[in-house]
Design a protein around this ligand. Structure first.
Ligand code: T4K
Length: 395
């Protein structure tokens, strides 16, 4: 590919149609329509219907976890788990995560105390975590960012030592494992998001999974207004229920799960080989030790070496109809309401600050072909080769 082929010079994008990050994966449509017809015929749309029950059973079995409580989305699942665990005061959490992780705490008037991350993995830096614990700390909310297990052993030890609750936001980690155990089995509970943009989706959806019977009972009540039976409310609750249509989508997509992971992996491997040995460009490596879903293709751009900043590269890619994304820019601590209440957070979050400036996520999975992956990589290589000209052009 020549410099003049780039759309920022020629005005003509390489791809006619945009290539997006986070395109929903859709399983066997015929089977899904059959299930939808059945739901319509039965006229049972929600409230613990047969498909939600079947979905919960299938997820529990797949993860080898005792309880799965399906929910309307990952955020509500997290809010309910936080309340059921009786978290209060302060909870330690990374700032490099989707804003829902911090908001779910603040929603309960719990202060999220942001801890820095390890720049190599983007996961909570467990070495820095203990010094963040105060007399108000009641828990740790770890995030398995990009599907990587988040220092589970170390966090479990710290939580036990300080009598803290341990919750994991596993929104990115469905289908991943740690030490031969599926994510979903760790801490007091773990949360999944089955949002449309996740490689396993139920349109909107989420779940709390746990091996603790008491906690599961409490969460089940809470997600259904506290009803323990007809006309019988025994606790505070809300509406966290998953609908039958969402559960049907989940059941259909479970059938295609392993195939989806295989496709993700193929794309990942291709990106990795096409983008190796480019100075200043790093692709996040997933450890070979556990099962991984390879959902995200995460690049880090070191401007001093590539000659282009992450945001300049983003402009080049968007011009080609490659709709890459920054995540989780600029970090929760730089968003409201946290920004105003902890103005000095950037000082103790140096790695979060750097990573948030560098990360770029590329289209992947079944939304792109291997040939498209190669073309995307050719655009990236050409952009870096011609960095100074591109900079001039972008002004
Ligand atoms: N914790 C973590 C660590 C999370 O990542 C998330 C969610 C949560 C908690 C909360 O779980 P949920 O309550 O959402 O279940 C998206 C999602 O809305 C969000 O679910 C997800 N994380 C987050 C990482 O990404 P945006 O702001 O990127 O969404 P949007 O609309 O800009 O779309 C992103 C990309 O997906 C675009 O390239 C377009 C594509 N897309 C999106 C939708 C909705 C489609 O192709 N089809 C679609 O239907 O937040």
């Amino acid at each position: 590919m020549e410099m003049s082929d780039l759309a920022i010079f020629s005005g003509k994008p390489f791809f006619d149609q945009p290539l997006y990050v986070g395109r929903p994966v859709i399983g066997d449509r015929q089977r899904f329509f059959e299930l939808v017809n059945d739901i319509l015929d039965r006229k049972w749309f929600t409230n613990n219907g047969r498909y939600v029950r079947a979905f919960e059973k299938e997820i529990s079995e797949y993860l080898g976890v005792k309880h799965c409580i399906a929910m309307c989305n990952g955020t509500v699942a997290m809010e309910i788990a936080i309340r059921a665990l009786e978290l209060q005061g302060e909870v330690i959490v990374p700032s490099f995560t989707f804003i829902a992780t911090a908001h779910a705490l603040q929603w309960r008037q719990i202060t999220p105390v942001f801890c820095d991350i390890d720049p190599a993995t983007h996961l909570l830096d467990t070495n820095k975590l203990e010094e963040m614990i105060t007399s108000r700390t009641t828990g740790i909310l770890g995030v398995h960012i990009w599907g990587q297990p988040c220092g589970i052993g170390e966090l479990s030890k710290i939580a036990a030592k300080h009598h803290l609750k341990l919750l994991f936001d596993a929104s990115h980690a469905f289908g991943c494992s740690s030490n031969n155990k599926m994510i979903g089995n760790f801490g007091d509970a773990e949360i999944f998001s089955f949002h449309a943009t996740k490689y396993f989706n139920t349109f909107e959806g989420g779940a709390v999974v746990t091996n603790c019977d008491d906690l599961a009972r409490k969460i089940r009540l809470m997600k259904n207004f506290g009803f323990s039976g007809y006309d019988h409310v025994i606790s505070i609750g809300t509406n966290g229920k998953m609908s039958e249509i969402c559960a049907a989508m989940g059941l259909v997509n479970m059938d295609g799960l392993e195939n989806g992971i295989a496709v993700n992996r193929e794309r990942y491997v291709r990106y990795e080989s096409e983008l190796k040995n480019i100075p200043g460009l790093k692709i996040l490596r997933y450890k070979d030790s556990g099962k991984h879903n390879y959902q995200y293709i995460v690049l880090e751009i070191e401007e001093a070496e590539t000659g282009l900043s992450r945001d300049e590269l983003l402009k080049v890619l968007h011009a080609e109809n490659i709709i890459a994304r920054r995540y989780f820019y600029p970090g929760c601590h730089r968003m409201e309401p946290y920004r105003s209440s902890c103005t000095d957070a950037p000082i103790w979050l140096p790695e979060t600050e750097k990573v948030a400036q560098r990360v770029l996520v590329l289209p992947s999975g079944s939304a792109v072909t291997q040939a498209q992956v190669m073309a995307i990589c050719a655009v990236i290589r050409t952009a870096f080769d011609q960095a100074s000209k591109i900079r001039e052009k972008l002004g």
